[in-house]
Design a protein around this ligand. Structure first.
Ligand code: MLC
Ligand code: AMP
Length: 511
């Protein structure tokens, strides 16, 4: 069997000088540098700890921790062990974790120490055998136990189709679905991006994205590791701190909200970007105003690309020449990616017409974890994946995304499924019914807004409702405004007309 373990491929790309700096922890209280050898040894020790637990094959290892370089080592360790990495947003609360852990049945869970009091019982109660803690100050039981293990480990033999990770992503109906990504999916996409974006050994990546989504975990980390490039690592995104370190970096990747916030920093100047060669933007629509403002302020043209948890990166604006990057488009299919726009009967449409975006390619996932029917629903009979995004292709194959066929809100790069929020809202005292929509927002691109009808005789208070929701779901899903109406607009069939609500509240957050 040929070794296809993703870690083995990444490790093979480490520079010859293993004592060179691989990662600089830029927002740590004291100067902290990790060499390539540290990444290899640290991940080997954690992998040996995992191996010592003799978990069943393909065990899921769920990780609900703050971002840290040790959390990156944990990801690498799971790849080495041949088990399946399951990242979870640290903002998720008990009801959300209950679903993910119940559905994925991880054999091991790693959580922040401050959450152990509730994550521990929840996970043990759902059958997880091992729960460790990991904090962003290099402490926790995971590292304590790993320290007892050897610092070398041979990565488990894996084939390209073997699972490496499950990334939960919002469902259109029902609960989140776990996109199963294989070692081959991840490695092929990493190789394409490294090539396409001209990655070289001397590059320095500025990493300020969260580690629990495709963008920060796979797109950014794999490119730097495969490029043998140094990373300036921020556990938290602080626009001022990131801009202050831009002069030392050559590549930055972010969601549009990060670019908008960096633009608000007076210290963002062409001089601060003196060494920069590439700013990548994705995960949410980029406003043309932001694209233009960035070019004016820095002299650099943002490179917008498009992808999904289920498919990894699909399209990219050109790396060269920079002036061929076009605002409002997400570029052309990456090498190996099949891309078409179809009508609702699945017939490919001519250039310029709007339809559903369908894709094929080596990054396309292996299906949804334990949801074969949902997997089947999302593929056409000739095995194209239906992204749920709407777009148009021009004659040159450049894709423009114009909307979504799914009822989904993308706020600051996080996906929010309205039906989930409505479900929690409708359970709160005094709420008769609700409708959740996304409206334009200057910072988050789109903001979650709830429109609700009070139960007869009930008095509802916006702040109390928001607090009630905050206690139950991740903060980014909590509506920025909760507005009361006597009734929801409905069509003749009785369906709530969300388009009217979106129109009515379009200017709610405008300056
Ligand atoms: C935080 N908050 C948000 C939010 N992020 N509200 C709406 N939308 C968001 N995205 C809220 C919190 O709940 C909190 O509310 C308050 O803002 C401050 O929280 P914070 O944690 O301090 O936020 P901050 O650090 O400012 O985070 C903003 C951000 C973050 C833009 C840095 O949202 C972020 O990292 N986004 C990137 C998401 C990402 O990686 N997406 C890639 C998905 S992969 P309160 O009320 O408690 O104060 C994908 C595929 C692809 O889509 O193509 O890449
Ligand atoms: P996720 O499910 O978190 O992986 O989010 C994937 C979704 O993010 C896609 O289906 C798109 O709707 C959206 N997306 C990703 N990149 C872009 C982009 N460059 N422009 C617009 N939307 C994007």
């Amino acid at each position: 069997m040929i070794q296809q373990n993703l870690y083995a491929a990444l490790r093979a790309a480490f520079p010859a000088d293993l004592d060179a700096i691989a990662v600089e922890a830029a927002d740590s209280p004291e100067p902290l540098h990790y060499t390539w050898r540290d990444l290899d040894r640290g991940s080997a020790m954690i992998a040996n700890l995992i191996d010592s637990l003799a978990l069943p094959p393909r065990s899921r290892i769920a990780v609900h921790t703050d971002k840290s370089v040790e959390a990156l080592m944990l990801y690498l360790a799971v790849l080495r062990s041949g088990h399946v990495y399951l990242p979870l947003n640290i903002a998720y609360q008990a009801a959300e974790l209950d679903y993910f852990i119940g559905h994925a049945e991880p054999a091991m869970v790693v959580c922040a120490r401050r959450h152990f009091g509730w994550v521990g019982p929840l996970a043990f109660g759902l059958g997880t055998k091992h729960v460790y803690t990991l904090d962003d100050d290099r402490s926790g039981t995971l590292l304590d136990r790993a320290a007892l293990h050897a610092d070398s480990q041979a990565p488990a033999l894996r084939q390209a189709a073997d699972l490496a990770a499950i990334v939960y992503t919002s469902g259109t109906t029902g609960r989140s679905k776990g996109a199963m990504l294989s070692h081959g999916n991840l490695l092929s996409n990493a190789r394409v991006l490294k090539e396409h974006w001209g990655w070289v050994g001397g590059d320095v990546l500025m990493h300020a994205l969260p580690l629990f989504h495709v963008h920060g975990l796979f797109v950014a980390c794999h490119a730097a590791l495969l490029g043998g490039s140094r990373t300036i690592w921020f556990n938290r995104f602080d626009p001022r701190a990131v801009v202050a370190r831009l002069p030392d970096a050559t590549v930055f990747m972010g969601v549009p909200t990060m670019y908008t916030r960096m633009l608000a920093e007076p210290s963002l100047t062409p001089e601060a970007c003196g060494l920069m060669r590439l700013f990548v933007c994705g995960s949410a629509p980029l406003r043309p105003e932001t694209f233009e403002a960035w070019r004016e302020r820095t002299g650099h043209t943002l490179l917008e690309r498009y992808g999904m948890s289920e498919t990894l990166m699909l399209t990219s604006n050109p790396y060269r020449p920079e002036d061929a990057r076009r605002a409002g488009t997400v570029g052309q299919a990456l090498p190996g990616v099949g891309l078409r726009v179809c009508d609702d009967k699945g017939r490919p449409l001519p250039a310029g017409e709007i339809g559903g975006i369908e894709v094929k390619g080596p990054g396309v996932f292996q299906g949804y974890w334990r949801m074969p029917e949902k997997t089947a629903d999302e593929f056409t009979t000739d095995l194209w994946f239906k992204t749920g995004d709407l777009g148009t292709l021009d004659a040159q194959g450049t894709l423009r995304i114009v909307g979504r066929s799914r009822d989904l809100i993308i706020t600051g790069g996080y996906n929010v499924y309205p039906a989930e929020v409505e479900g929690y809202l409708n359970e709160l005292p005094g709420v008769a019914e609700s409708a959740v929509v996304g409206v334009p927002h200057p910072d988050f691109g789109e903001a979650v807004v709830a429109v609700l009808v009070a139960a007869p005789g009930a008095r509802v208070d916006e702040a109390a409702l928001a607090a009630g929701l905050k206690a139950r779901i991740a903060g980014f899903k909590v509506p920025k405004r909760l507005l009361l109406l006597p009734e929801l607009p409905r069509n003749a069939m009785g369906k709530v007309q969300k388009n009217l609500l979106r129109e009515q509240y379009r200017a709610l957050f405008s300056a």
